[in-house]
Write a protein that binds this ligand. Sequence first.
Ligand SMILES: [Zn+2]
Length: 102
Amino acid sequence: MISKIGKIILKKHIHQIENGYVWPGGYPIYGVMQDGGCLCSNCVKENRRQIYLDSLEPSGHTGWELLASNINWEDMELSCDNCYMEIECAYPDESKRQYQNN
Ligand SMILES: [Zn+2]
C-alpha cells in the first residue's frame, strides 16, 4: 500500500513529465516505463489516469507503469514507444542532422 506522500509524489512526477520540460534548465523530459519503453509527454498526458493507477499498484505487465523519468540529452533518434513521435533532445548534434537531411 502506497503512502499518501507517495501518491502525491507520483502525481507530481506524472505532472512534470506531462509538461514536457524540467525546470530549471528547460530540458526535455520523458517517461521511462517498467518494461523499458519510453513515453512522450503527450502520451503521458493522454494516459495520465491509467499511468497513475497502474503505477500505484504495479503488476509488471500493463505497460503503463511508470518507473522513472529521464532527460533526453543527446539522443536524436529517441522516439515514443506508444505514438512513435520523436522525443526532443537537449543537445542535438547538428552535423548528424544535416547528414540525415541529405
Ligand atoms: Zn507518445
